[in-house]
Design a protein around this ligand. Structure first.
Ligand code: COA
Length: 332
């Protein structure tokens, strides 16, 4: 019989360096009040020079493995979601494989930005259900701070995006009712340039030029209003679709973990789905938007704080650059 994939352990890691809203208002024209009221963010973590995304992923992965009581040698595959790899190539999966001292197992990078963890889960879920790989380490990790323009020109993104890593170990469930029940995935590339990093890119000769650097085309650029408008519609739609595929409805949810894009987006998603405050988890106040890492970081906090218990129905949902979006329905 085909086994569902279930979570065996979770972990998270963020840099030690705390960057407050006041720290940012010292570097650009913004205020603590503007950032709090528009985004909900109070502080975020940014790496210090030399600290890498793969190192954050390693720390998160070790915690997830410890919770699962597994050694790195027990992992059969790595799926690593990041839009900010340490290098253009190879992807970060191999650096994590090396740092963990894992066997020469497959290591796949997923580049679907904010939706990265949901897409990564879908790959792990399919591999496990197909019997291709038994124990899969899934990571969402980002270092966004090094791609931020920390002058007034970049203030609409620099105050939002941040660094961190979350990880989960998945394996086959012996209980047919527990595990990942359904996953819903989408894309709409007509909006690709509304949240993107233009350069470096292989379409340019050379891949990045001094002119591009001067124009700031290597920084993350965002049309915030458009992202907002689509996010508040697509996330609830996708949560409903994933739940429907699992034979459930929003009212059945013990907990929804939305991608931490912006507190106002999460609040609108919550209202759209008719959920109360106890049914939705937010931690953007402390970490900002860590792209592919927001969901696994939040998941780990909820698991360790007993906000998620065996048998709970939970949903994970994300929307972001691409546009790409998706949701997962999980019986814990
Ligand atoms: N501090 C102060 N003012 C800022 C600012 C900042 N950090 N960032 C932008 N502004 C200014 C703008 O320059 C603009 O000024 P202007 O009217 O003089 O041109 C004004 O605030 C309004 O900008 P706008 O972009 O229209 O604001 P908004 O109300 O849409 O809020 C966001 C901006 C980014 C908070 C909002 O669009 C948003 O949350 N979007 C979704 C972003 C997101 O979630 N991204 C991640 C998705 S994965």
């Amino acid at each position: 019989m085909v086994s569902r994939a279930r979570f065996l352990g979770t972990g998270m890691a963020v840099p030690d360096r705390v960057v407050t809203n006041d720290d940012l208002s010292g570097r650009m024209e913004t205020t603590d009040e503007w950032i709090r009221t528009r985004t909900g963010i109070e502080e975020r973590r940014w790496v210090t020079e030399g600290e890498t995304g793969a190192e954050l992923a390693l720390a998160a992965s070790r915690q997830a493995l410890a919770m699962a009581s597994l050694q790195p040698s027990a992992i059969d595959a790595i799926v690593y979601a990041t839009s900010t790899p340490d290098h253009f190539a190879p992807g970060n999966g191999v650096f994590l494989q090396r740092m963990l001292g894992a066997d020469p197992i497959p290591a796949l990078d997923i580049r679907t930005q904010c939706s990265g963890f949901i897409y990564a889960l879908s790959v792990a879920d399919a591999w496990i259900r197909a019997g291709s790989y038994r124990t899969v380490l899934v990571v969402g990790a980002e270092v966004q701070s090094t791609g931020m323009d920390v002058t007034t020109r970049g203030r609409n993104t620099a105050v939002i995006f941040a660094d961190g890593a979350g990880a989960a170990v998945l394996g086959p469930s012996d209980d047919p009712d527990r595990g990942i029940l359904a996953i819903d995935l989408h894309s709409d590339g007509t909006h690709a340039e509304k949240l993107w990093v233009d350069a470096p890119g292989s379409m340019y000769h050379p891949r990045v030029s001094e002119a591009q650097l001067r124009e700031g085309r290597h920084f993350l650029a965002m049309d915030g209003k458009e992202v907002f408008r689509h996010a508040v519609a697509r996330m609830p739609e996708s949560v409903r679709a994933a739940l429907a595929a699992a034979g459930a409805a929003p009212a059945d949810l013990s907990l929804l973990i939305p991608h931490q894009a912006n507190l106002r987006i999460s609040e609108m998603v919550q209202r759209n789905l008719g959920l109360d405050n106890g049914q939705v988890y937010n931690n953007i106040q402390r970490y900002g938007n860590t792209t592919a890492a927001t969901i696994p970081i939040a998941l780990d906090e909820c698991v360790r704080a007993d906000r998620i218990r065996p048998g709970d129905l939970i949903a994970l949902t994300a929307f972001g650059s691409g546009f790409l979006w998706g949701s997962a329905a999980v019986r814990w």
